[in-house]
Design a protein around this ligand. Sequence first.
Ligand code: FAD
Ligand code: SF4
Ligand code: SF4
Length: 395
Amino acid sequence: MTLTEPAPPKAERWTAQWKELYAEVITTGLCTGCAGCVVTCPHDVIGYEHAEGKYIPFHLEQELGLDNCIHGEKGCTTCTRACPRFRAWEPAADMHLFGRTREPDEMAGIWRQLYLTRASDDMVHKIGQDGGFVSAMLIWLMEHNYIEAAMVGGVDDDDAWKAKPVLAHNKEEVLATAGSRYTYCATPLALLTAKQEGLSKLALVGMGCQTSSPPVMWDRKAGKESRPFLFNIGLLCSKTFDDAIFPELFEAKYGLKKSEMAKMNIKGVFQIWMKDGAYHEIDLKECHQWTRQGCKSCPDFAAEHSDIATGGIGLDNDWTLTIVRTELGEEVINRMIADGSIIARPAQEDKEAMRLLRLLSIVSRRRWPEFADKAPSVGVPPPKKKADAPAPSAH
Ligand SMILES: Cc1cc2nc3c(=O)[nH]c(=O)nc-3n(C[C@H](O)[C@H](O)[C@H](O)COP(=O)(O)OP(=O)(O)OC[C@H]3O[C@@H](n4cnc5c(N)ncnc54)[C@H](O)[C@@H]3O)c2cc1C
Ligand code: SF4
Ligand code: SF4
């Protein structure tokens, strides 16, 4: 810089703390319950409400009431730096991961490669929700020393459909948590277990609301708590359901007992396989009233800030739609294809999967409220008139 050039503008000081998080995210309904703020708080003063129908953070200290934080008043800003719904979170994560924001037409976010994949190991393939790709990749990442453990959605010991955050350390533990539960599970909470165990090289498996958190933390310099997140695996997601859907709809109306269910999936309808071999389909419209509160404003169907996002849309039931987004994601998937750990074919072959990826991404973006930061709504086409709009046919 010469003496005549003006000094570059100083970056605005980040002062927002719990008070702003509470007012702008938690009380406005933008909070997804991802637990990013909970696991990064350096003073451990943010708790998490696990009760059914809740899944939200709350302040543990009472000095300044529920809506303010004494550490925040003294300058701590970590929680807002970690929150993937606070102010301009989408551009922050885009810039950090991709060096640019998404183009208005990039409804499903920025990506490098699109595949349909399945685990080569028949057992992993069979046990997985779709192609078993996520489980295969976690096992591969562990075996190749990329990670020490993975934060995944496990299940309660007494209830195979009650999702809970779990830290998986090896192949057996990964396979024990394979498959999808359609209730909410704040997988980043497993970081607390990892910290107790002294582990710091971790993968995160989670929906977009969770996998956007690490890139936002990195961009906003949330500090050392953000460093263990090394690999981010996203799950495509339109919504999760309240746990109450089991007793209040599946059992009360259809007589389907939770304890007798073997597998579920959502492909245009809620599909339920029972342990006795019976198969049931339930109209998604019927399930609508059990949509979890934290999902109602969510604009991110395609887990747009993961290293690799995965889903089950398209013509084939037993392949995983795999969206490779980052350089790191590309490095890993190329190595997995090369050593035969997975089978992959171009996803563009499946026109229906491509159509649904775009359509469902648009549907989710339309939920983002007008009062919030504009970025997630940029480029979103207005809804067509009812008569000419095709109904989404897969989950
Ligand atoms: C709540 C939810 C909603 C989804 N919605 C869609 C959708 O609308 N469209 C779509 O195409 N795909 C959706 N998916 C993704 C899809 O169901 C599969 O997870 C994905 O295709 C990967 O399949 P796989 O066989 O490769 O994974 P697997 O090898 O079976 O591994 C699945 C991983 O998901 C984790 N997991 C399971 N349940 C949860 C949970 N509740 N929260 C966090 N992690 C969990 C498991 O721990 C496991 O690591 C959704 C998944 C979930 C969990
Ligand atoms: S969206 Fe996540 S980080 Fe933000 S307030 Fe809610 S739980 Fe905390
Ligand atoms: S719709 Fe899915 S990604 Fe969005 S908040 Fe709900 S669980 Fe998270």
